[in-house]
Design a protein around this ligand. Structure first.
Ligand code: TRP
Length: 459
């Protein structure tokens, strides 16, 4: 029996499965998943917090040595199995295999990440409208707008509703007519907008070169162990790894495409966009003599104050591109969940999308109401923080480690080789990275999340 027949009998037919219509379509959709709030909202602020260049170098190293191999691994698992993450581990091992736990963790992470992601993305939409109206008043008043938005549940839930509705509408359209089509529209638009903003930062402000040197001139004295591990954790998050998103997108790939090449392209696009966003944002920050280390409020509190000076021509495109980036990521999160319910329970796509989108939406309300707090790790905290913490520090790293180990040690060697496309030096290198290096590195992120690393001080 060929492996395809095994797939047929246990996990739904790959023959009826939708596929990307073109390589460009797949690359744009996967890059769309990778490029998101992580690149435009999170990367600049954590880079600011950890002092710039040195953090960027470590982050680039993590993308290359750990992120890229894991992306290749996820795409290989998905394409080989032609099914959702839970089913994939069974198809490639055996029915009922314990490795399916990795898939379950992924589906659960999909619900949780999307639930709070949508709340933040909703703020981005709200800021498109605030930008259209224009930012006026004192710096305190402009920053106060953000606090007012976040602490007003009716408003937060309103924008969260709108964002989830858009996400559901796209995913309900399916692989070709929903996800791929919209990625082909949104990703190039995002790129054009960001290119414009980056050139404005470089040449239209006096902060351009300072921004470039902040990002590329390493000062290793500023890099703490925490910074190092955050770079690692962020490399996974920004490439959409550790929860089966790339397994799911890989399962819609045809045989024949070169997975390694595509993974390299996707990783480069993701990295370039993050760096471009960094240049665009820090140029403004330096031009107006602000501090780069503004933490979480960088985008929603600091930038709007600067946008008061630059005007709508800069602020509207910025928040539009933030919304686009978030949308193409959110659809990949929902797709993981939907693919499971379609493959396993035989639900129609539209039904699965609306039902699961609504469930995720309801969980998201927990994050949208910031006054709902519970005690977590000895502190009163909102659900958004708790969900972010649990997924980034535990669920994604565990999912990631399991996938690496699975490909390196459990999957049939022949399957891996065929998916990789060669058995040369690059292949051997990949096996070493997946079998040893990546799991060890991720283990460190995990222990760091538990505050258990011996060489870091957790005060
Ligand atoms: N990569 C996206 C970002 O940078 C977020 C994201 C989408 C994601 N799908 C994911 C993160 C899957 C982890 C896992 O914003």
């Amino acid at each position: 029996m060929s492996s395809n027949e095994i797939i047929d009998s246990s996990q739904g037919s790959p023959r009826g499965r939708a596929h990307w219509s073109s390589r460009v379509g797949f690359v744009l959709a996967a890059a769309g998943s990778a490029i998101g709030l992580g690149n435009i909202w999170k990367f600049p602020y954590i880079t600011g917090e950890f002092g710039g260049g040195a953090f960027v170098i470590v982050y680039l190293g993590c993308v290359l040595l750990l992120g890229l191999p894991l992306m290749v691994a996820e795409l290989m698992v998905g394409r080989r199995a032609q099914t959702n993450p839970v089913g994939a581990f069974q198809v490639l091992h055996k029915p009922g295999s314990l490795w399916q736990t990795a898939g379950w963790l992924g589906v659960a992470s999909g619900f949780i990440i999307l639930s709070f992601y949508s709340v933040i993305a909703g703020w981005a939409i709200a800021y498109v409208f605030k930008s259209l109206a224009g930012f006026t008043g004192t710096a305190e008043q402009i920053q106060g707008q953000f606090v007012a938005l976040v602490t007003n549940p009716v408003q937060s839930i309103f924008w969260h509703t709108l964002f989830m509705a858009l996400t559901i509408a796209i995913v309900a359209g399916g692989i070709k007519n929903g996800i791929e089509r919209w990625s082909k529209i949104l990703m190039p638009s995002l790129f054009i907008l960001l290119t414009g903003l980056m050139f404005y930062g470089l040449f239209g402000t006096s902060g351009g070169w300072q921004a470039v040197s902040f990002l590329f001139n390493p000062d290793f004295s500023k890099l703490t162990a925490t910074g190092f591990l955050s770079a690692l954790g962020h490399a996974f998050f920004t490439l959409s790894l550790g929860m089966g998103a790339m397994i799911t997108y890989g399962s819609y790939m045809e045989r024949g495409a070169n997975i390694v090449k595509d993974a390299i392209t996707i990783s480069i696009l993701d990295t370039v966009i993050a760096l471009m966003a960094g240049i665009a944002i820090f140029s403004l920050v330096f031009h107006y003599g602000m501090e780069p280390g503004q933490s979480v409020g960088l985008i929603f509190k600091t930038l709007p104050v600067l946008f008061k000076e630059t005007g709508r021509w800069i602020s509207v495109p910025f928040f539009v591109l933030l919304t686009f980036a978030a949308l193409t990521s959110a659809i990949s999160l929902l797709e993981v969940v939907v693919s499971y319910f379609v493959d396993r329970l035989g639900w129609k796509r539209v039904k699965a999308t609306i039902t699961m989108g609504t469930v995720t939406y309801l969980i998201g309300i927990l994050s949208a109401v910031v006054s709902w707090q519970v005690s977590f790790r000895g502190q009163q905290q909102g659900f958004l923080n708790i969900f972010d913490y649990l997924t980034t520090n535990y669920m994604l790293p565990i999912g990631g480690v399991l996938t690496c180990l699975f490909v390196a040690w459990v999957m049939k060697e022949k399957d891996v080789q065929e998916e990789f496309g060669s058995t040369g030096l690059a292949y051997k290198g990949l096996r070493i990275l997946l079998g040893y290096v990546t799991p060890l590195a991720v283990l460190m992120v995990l222990l760091h999340g538990l505050e258990l690393l011996p060489f870091v001080s957790y005060e």
